[in-house]
Design a binder for this molecule. Structure first.
Ligand code: IDP
Ligand code: MG
Length: 140
């Protein structure tokens, strides 16, 4: 399997409840390495741009407001099959549909406040990592 980098975000619902360590333990226990990390307060324009792909969805405005409601952690996870492995560890978007042991099953508050973001393809991972980090900030 190929070694990949993927973008992970710990969302405001999770930073507010002090869950960053418990969430990152799940990534590290699964063999993913955190090779870059920053805690940030997103501006409205940054959140709008990051989620631009969802601009026409009915939940877009609420999603942007949620993403700026508190600090986030933007981070890059690296490992074998990192894009899909991260999505598996996260669980389904709707926590009610998420598998036991996943982050969203254990920690998400709702389909919106679902604790984590993860890139959904290698191509999007490259774009999303570049949104937050320059190459020299990725420390293998
Ligand atoms: P994903 O985060 O599992 O990839 P996406 O469909 O890409 O899910 O949606 C992006 C984010 O938008 C979700 O993580 C969630 O925070 C929010 N979201 C998705 N669907 C809904 C919905 O039906 N109602 C409210 N918020 C939603
Ligand atoms: Mg998505």
């Amino acid at each position: 399997m190929a070694v990949e980098n993927t973008l992970s975000i710990i969302k405001p619902d999770a930073t507010k409840r002090n869950l960053t360590g418990l969430i990152n333990a799940k990534f590290e226990n699964a063999g993913l390495k955190i090779i870059a990390q920053k805690r940030m307060q997103l501006s409205k324009s940054m959140a709008e741009k990051f989620y631009e792909i969802h601009k026409n969805r009915p939940f877009y405005n609420n999603l942007v407001d949620f993403m700026i409601s508190g600090p986030i952690i933007a981070q890059v996870l690296r490992g074998d099959n990192a894009v899909n492995l991260n999505r598996t560890i996260m669980g389904a978007t709707n926590p009610q549909e998420a598998e036991e042991g996943t982050i969203r099953k254990e920690f998400a508050e709702s389909i919106e406040a679902n604790s984590v973001h993860g890139s959904d393809s290698l191509e999007n991972a490259h774009v999303e990592i570049a949104f937050f980090f320059s190459d020299i900030e990725l420390i293998y």
